[in-house]
Ligand binder design. Structure first.
Ligand SMILES: NC(=O)C1=CN([C@@H]2O[C@H](COP(=O)(O)OP(=O)(O)OC[C@H]3O[C@@H](n4cnc5c(N)ncnc54)[C@H](O)[C@@H]3O)[C@@H](O)[C@H]2O)C=CC1
Ligand SMILES: CC(C)CC(=O)C(=O)O
Ligand SMILES: [Mg+2]
Length: 366
């Protein structure tokens, strides 16, 4: 297959983890005879430095013309004092909005080799298998009006029926394909946007009688994610709640550096990115965990290109390297010294190659 992928490395550890993910893509291309045309483009702080625009028009055009987008992360202290239109995060929000990527899918599943790295008790952590479906192009991060003076600041929280209906449908369909349980998370005891959200979930559930729905408030959901995460199958929630809950949930599986995501719009096109940010505290040190970026490539291959075998090969290689006790420093608890980003990536590439060798041996033998 031939596919065009726009790569947006971004800032901080973004370029480091993206380089690892691209190496994995190149190995997969060689092994399975695919052609991945990679086109690099600027976003975030890197784009502000180059052309005073966190999302240059050329980047949007390249993304629009490609089959999928791979993103690292944006942001960092260098741009923290910039006016809001020159903040790196503005570029990320804008690309999501301009490409219409309203559904952010964040799977969170226990990884047996990492149970020691979870702050939860093993017997609680090992049962985790949930997906957060986060609304991505509405709510507080986007709505107008907004304003800031020295004495007063305003952000608006707006949701339309259409925005809620499409994300709720996405979540119902996902729940139906999994264990049939949907937790709709809101703050309906206080917010009118949440009251509308709850009303629409109630209307929609009639069309999905096979899915069991529960409404939950976001504050107690934050607690239950830690005390009884196995209670969740699919969680659907608005933009900011999903942003916060997914970083919280990431530690259950060991580290924020482990979790991939896809941002989609229901037509097979997607932007794939780790859920973490640019991690300025560790940027440039070659110690970031590239697993979230590498697993985002697996999500891309499976969901955008229907390459199930290739996606499973990547996940298998990642889990096998972890099973062998090779960790980056965010996951290290005891045992072998932590590996650098490039060393750990090399282990994954070796593992992919060894899977290849064992496949060829089987083939020759047969
Ligand atoms: N998707 C994106 O581009 C996002 C960008 N950001 C931006 O990133 C910048 C830093 O934000 P923070 O709040 O520090 O969040 P962060 O996610 O960048 O980092 C939080 C903590 O997790 C660690 N961490 C994150 N990813 C890691 C990895 N792959 N391996 C090992 N450790 C990892 C960091 O070292 C840090 O201690 C800000 O400018 C923020 O706006 C934040 C979240 C998402
Ligand atoms: C710019 C932020 C909304 C990025 C973020 O934290 C995220 O998408 O998880
Ligand atoms: Mg976030």
């Amino acid at each position: 297959m031939e596919k065009t992928i726009t790569v947006l490395p971004g800032d901080g550890i973004g370029p480091e983890v993206t380089e690892a993910a691209v190496k994995v893509l190149q190995t997969i291309a060689k092994r399975y005879n695919h052609i991945f045309n990679l086109q690099y483009a600027l976003i975030g702080g890197a784009a502000i430095d180059a052309c005073e625009n966190p999302l240059p028009e050329e980047t949007v055009e390249l993304c629009t013309q490609s089959d999928a987008v791979l993103l690292g992360a944006v942001g960092g202290p260098k741009w923290d004092q910039n006016p809001s239109h020159l903040r790196p995060e503005k570029g990320l929000l804008a690309i999501r909005k301009q490409l219409g990527l309203f559904a952010n899918i964040r799977p969170i599943k226990a990884i047996p080799a990492l149970l020691d790295a979870s702050p939860l008790k093993k017997e609680i952590a090992q049962e985790v298998d949930l997906v957060i479906v986060r609304e991505l192009t509405g709510g507080l991060y986007f709505a107008e009006p907004r304003k800031k003076t020295n004495d007063y600041a305003l952000d608006s929280l707006v949701y339309t029926r259409e925005e809620i209906e499409r994300i709720v449908d996405t979540a119902f369909l996902l729940a139906r394909s999994r264990r049939g349980k949907l937790a709709s998370v809101d703050k309906a005891n206080v917010l009118d946007t949440s009251k509308l959200w709850r009303q629409i979930v109630e209307e929609k559930k009639v069309g999905y009688p096979d899915v069991e729905v529960e409404h939950m408030l976001v504050d107690s959901t934050a607690m239950k994610l830690i005390t009884k995460p196995s209670a969740f199958d699919v969680i659907v929630t608005e933009n900011m709640f999903g942003d916060i809950l997914s970083d919280e949930a990431s530690v259950i599986t060991g580290s924020l550096g482990m979790l991939p995501s896809s941002s989609t719009r229901g037509d097979g096109f997607g932007l794939y990115e780790p859920i973490h940010g640019s991690a300025p505290d560790i940027a440039g040190k070659n110690i970031a965990n590239p697993a979230a970026a590498i697993l985002s490539v697996a999500m891309m291959l499976r969901d955008a290109f229907q390459m199930e075998t290739e996606a499973s090969a990547i996940e298998g290689a990642v889990f096998s390297v972890l099973n062998d006790g090779h960790f980056t420093s965010d996951l290290q608890t005891k045992g072998k010294p932590a590996l650098s980003t490039t060393e750990w990536t090399a282990k994954v590439l070796e593992e992919l190659d060894s899977e290849f060798v064992s496949d060829s041996i089987m083939f020759t033998y047969v």
